[in-house]
Design a protein around this ligand. Structure first.
Ligand SMILES: Nc1ncnc2c1ncn2[C@@H]1O[C@H](COP(=O)(O)OP(=O)(O)O)[C@@H](O)[C@H]1O
Ligand SMILES: [Mg+2]
Length: 406
């Protein structure tokens, strides 16, 4: 209804009194998704008002969560587009304002879904499948595989989060293109206590690299030496799980630091339902350490769901195989972990990912190979991992079942 007084703060017109145009614009706004929170702005109380002015002009007031919201341009553009799809090109005026502290508190409360602040949504009873990716040593391609796996799972329509817990050598922001020209990782937006994870290729990503300062002006964040001790690691991982707003996830992937140290133990406590994927190269020596990392995961109560062999034979242009790192390591680790399962489920070799230029380049460019060259043999192998993991029944490991055995 035209508002003669032109009050800027007129509320969203209640459906009963809203003009047909106002109602139609409101409905169109339901398709505008906040790029960080990933929910329709209409569900986030971000629509302050929709008012029909003279000559078919529609004024839309939008409340952003915070001042200087990095997504404001995109939200403004999407809102204008949605409103103009109804009111006609050039007929929408979008005005941005910022939520009051009370409105913001109500929003974070609602996003938490009634959970108290600072509780871990992935604890016992969580419906999210947690998959931790581990390896015995660094440099075997654990992060590259994890980043691609996350994107492949998201492409299958799953809601996917990725926690880069590799505090010593975080690389996930770079692998997913969440870095600026100086190599600095994207900074997450904060809404009060809540941290909104940046989204890349459909995956919500949080990394320690997003919080460290560059070593020197212009220095790369990744070159910052981070000396972490156990308790600090635990606190950081715990903060990632409690303060980062992931929303309802189907899968949470965790890129662990290599080895068998403190993080694996923290993880066992914080994510008791975690399932573990072990990454190894085909080399026998790598297989030994990979097996040990799997054994530690098992000791902290996690179920090993499979092994991924990476850097397997490269198919050369003449069709011959180049086994740069030998062969058989993946199968060996799977076999040994199966033997150590104590009569439990055998541990399958999920895939053997070949050495691949496209995979390496995709990582360097921040465009995962599963997106950049889905037909590359490495991309297909990772896709195979995604397919098998999504087909597996959910793990009951780590859950207390109410069954008493006498
Ligand atoms: N299958 C592969 N083919 C070619 N290069 C790979 C492959 N997997 C990983 N790499 C490269 O090896 C290096 C180490 O990989 P990264 O994922 O960082 O290992 P990790 O996380 O285990 O330390 C990176 O430069 C990456 O691009
Ligand atoms: Mg890594």
């Amino acid at each position: 209804m035209p508002d003669e007084t032109g009050t800027p703060d007129a509320p969203v017109s209640p459906a009963s009194t809203a003009s047909p145009l106002e109602q139609a614009v409101l409905r169109a706004l339901e398709s505008v998704i906040d790029p960080e929170i990933r929910k329709p702005i209409t569900e986030l109380d971000m629509v302050d008002r929709v008012v029909e002015r003279e000559n078919g002009l529609v004024e839309v007031g939008i409340r952003l969560t915070i001042v200087g919201c990095p997504a404001s341009d995109r939200i403004e553009r999407d809102v204008r587009q949605a409103a103009e799809s109804v009111a006609g090109a050039g007929n929408a005026a979008v005005e941005l304002s910022v939520m009051t502290p009370e409105q913001r508190a109500a929003l974070t409360e609602r996003l938490r879904g009634g959970r108290a602040a600072r509780t871990n949504p992935f604890g016992p009873g969580s419906l999210t499948r947690v998959i931790a990716v581990t390896s015995g040593k660094g440099g075997v391609g654990k992060s590259t595989v994890t980043a691609n796996l996350a994107v492949a799972l998201a492409a299958r329509g799953l809601a996917v989060g990725l926690v880069d817990a590799d505090v010593h050598g975080f690389s996930i922001p770079g692998l997913l293109g969440l870095v600026d020209d100086d190599g600095l990782a994207a900074r997450p937006t904060r809404v009060d206590e809540m941290i909104l994870p940046p989204v890349a290729h459909g995956v919500k990503v949080i990394s320690i690299g997003m919080f460290v300062e560059p070593a020197a002006p212009g220095g790369r964040a990744s070159s910052t030496a981070v000396a972490w001790r156990g308790p600090m690691l635990h606190r950081t991982l715990s903060q990632f799980l409690t303060d980062v707003y992931f929303g309802d996830l189907d899968v949470l992937l965790v890129d662990l630091p290599p080895g068998t140290g403190d993080v694996a133990i923290s993880l066992g406590q914080l994510l008791p339902n975690a399932e573990v994927v072990v990454v190894t190269t085909p080399q026998a020596a790598a297989a030994d350490v990979a097996e040990r990392s799997g054994v530690v995961a098992r000791q902290t109560g996690q179920r090993i769901v499979g092994v991924v062999e990476n850097m397997a034979a490269l198919v050369q242009p003449d069709g011959t195989l180049l086994e740069l790192f030998g062969s058989g390591g993946g199968a060996l680790v799977a076999e040994r972990l199966s033997a150590g399962a104590g009569g439990g489920e055998p541990v399958p070799l999920l895939a053997s990912v070949p050495l691949s230029m496209a995979l390496r380049q995709g990582g360097d460019m921040g465009v995962p190979v599963v997106v950049a060259s889905p037909d590359d043999p490495a991309a297909r192998a990772i896709e195979q991992v995604a397919a098998q993991l999504s087909a597996m029944p959910r793990s009951l490991a780590g859950r207390r079942l109410d069954v008493s055995v006498r």
